[in-house]
Design a protein around this ligand. Sequence first.
Ligand code: ATP
Length: 809
Amino acid sequence: MISADDWKEEQERLKSVTEQLHKEIDRLEPEVAGLHHQVTDIRKQFWEEVTVNTSTDEDFEETFHSIKQQEALLSERERSHRQRLKQWNNMKRLLPSPYFGRIDFAEEGEGSPERVYIGVSSFVDEEGLNFLVYDWRTPIASLYYDASPGETEYETPGGTVRGTMALKRQYQIRSGELRNVFDTSVTIGDELLQQALGNGADTAMKSIVATIQKEQNAIVRDVKSHMLIVQGAAGSGKTSAALQRAAYLLYRYRNRLTADQIVLFSPNPMFNSYVSTVLPELGEDNMQQTTFQEYLAHWLEPEVSVESPFDGLEFALTTEDRDAYEARQQGIRYKASEAFLDALRRYAEWLCLQGMRFIGITFMDRELVTAEQMSSKFYSFDSSVSLENRITMLRDWLLKELAVLERKERAADWVQDELNYLDMEDYQAAYGSIRKKYEKEDAVFDFTQQYLDAYGDVPKRELGEENVFDFGDQEEEFLRRMIAKERFAPLRRQVKRLKFVDVIGLYSSLFDDASKYRDMTGEQELPSLWSDICRATQEKLERKELLYEDATPFLYMKELVEGARRNNDVRHVFVDEGQDYSPFQYTFLKRLFPHARMTVLGDFGQAIFPQATNLQETDSPLVRLYGEEHTTLIRLVRSYRSTREIVSFTKPLLSEGEGIVPFDRSGGKPIVTMLDNDGERTARMLQDLAKLQAEGFGSIAVITKTAAESREAFGSLTAAGGENLLLITKETLTFERGISILPAYLAKGVEFDAVLIYDASAHVYNRESERKLFYTACTRAMHRLRLYVIGEATPYLTGLDRELYVTES
Ligand SMILES: Nc1ncnc2c1ncn2[C@@H]1O[C@H](COP(=O)(O)OP(=O)(O)OP(=O)(O)O)[C@@H](O)[C@H]1O
């Protein structure tokens, strides 16, 4: 605590800043409202005032300039409105707690130190001369996170500033009231952090700007790396640091970077809702959030349906068929690898010379262009032209072929039949559309040129003024043309979308047999169960389905053939739960976002998918992606989420858990309850849930291994009188407070006050490969952890020191 005089001084300062904030908010209020009206008014008047006159070139030019002028005025007003509004909102956000930190810093060669108060945004006094509050992202504020009192320095875009920090102080201000003040010699004192972590779990993640730790700050403020890899223990603040980093980047590059140029890949849709409030809380717009699954589905469905990664995991967790399990695991690992990626590249080279597969174009049960014709046309193009360009050439050739075929079809009997049965409505619609097109003098008919070539101009008057055709030869021809054109439209559309490339066939033929695969790809090392992998892959493809592990390679191969998609706007890509992505997926992301820097956050201790990428290795595919010199690897070992007792219990569950350091906050030891049967467990869990709620824990999770087990838990707890239970599935979009029942893989990234492990028995968790899933489940708990065992406990538990938990029966 500080001296009474200092306390008084701080209180007075807080009062003064609060008053100035109120004053500024009141001053800006009418202006903000007024600007809004002005903008709306200009928008309304915009088209009224502009007379569009295109009679002469001069008129056209004048109109053009007039529109440009109005538009510039409007944009200026809108920009100024947005800025004012942001300023106003920032001040309102400051009111309840204008700052959380202060440093007194004297620059080298200058006299007395400046008092720098730090808050969630900057606030300047009325004259605009003094910063009453500095935004936490300003260069000088980095001292608050990184330095201890004494001689120190900080970086600015203009160079290094050296000086002495005389004081570092932290504040707790709630609803405008000064509650606590701490002077601290270290970076961020533990008192504030203790209080921040002691609170209950929220339905939404909170910003941590007041207590960002030094090692986290390195993540937040890194602007050098192309690839920033963060390997951090469960609860070490990876997601939190990533979100503050996005806010930092938006501030630092505020004139160049917008929120929609940042993309976050989340582990599941519910996680999106969990983190979506942090950036708005910091006064920034939300970045784009998606899941990799969503991305794949967007580009691949409905032609093929993509299995969800969770269904793949469910299969691995539930199958009794050991052979199928082993083959699937091998398949996943191989298809996730750089080796498979290289094999696909070589396959594409092979396809340059042979083996392309096409789908013939069929019309009314007749094959108009066969796959063989396409293939021979394709290979007749110069072989030095890339696959992608040859596909474009083939497309253009097909469109021309279709135009010729369409012309021929006009004389066909089916056209005559349709003509005879054209009802009045169709007839009039046809007439109307022809007339409309002809009335637009400069309009170019899609096929006007062809028509004119064949029949010469049709004088307007011949189309008749009245609503009936003069059903002469020309009109009949015209209608025939329309009918054929309409029937051919879907074919043209398909060709334009390159649907004639048999992507499924191309991918499937990779899995015909081992020797063919070796020939096509040059790959020598194949997984031992290759033939089982081939069978499983092709079985799915026949049903136009893709296993999750096939989806990225499939899309990659499709792009090798048809041309790659690129998103050139995005500047930063964040991948959370990065250990669950394959090296293949990372290469794909790098290609998709060529102008983006990547931040990957993850924990190899929570790698629950077999395609996992180890983030801690310095020589990993992830490091190779941008090269060592452009990559920074940061390790976080301090775990903030769980109490010391929970961390002590969870870390020996992992072989590599030794280095995890708990934050010193205590709670009860985890409790393992030994039971005889399901009924006993249900009754016991309901009692425990009620107790936990009575203790004030608002967010509780019953975590199961699989989705089926979640349904079972939900059913039995509800039948026994459990109320307001939430069953979370992979489709659940929002994270809510209360008692959630969910499988461990859906609990990734989120946290709860208390966690109840539904079944920690040996018959549920016994494979070594599921240890990390169990670890992930247990590490979701902030304050309390309970585990239920029927019969024998899982070997993960029996391997632990008995002192780490309490056993009850
Ligand atoms: N510097 C900090 N100050 C206050 N709270 C923090 C800090 N760092 C982390 N936390 C809190 O610790 C908890 C865990 O953080 P977060 O979810 O970001 O960790 P994570 O590393 O992404 O965890 P996991 O990998 O287990 O999902 C959150 O409640 C977060 O608010």
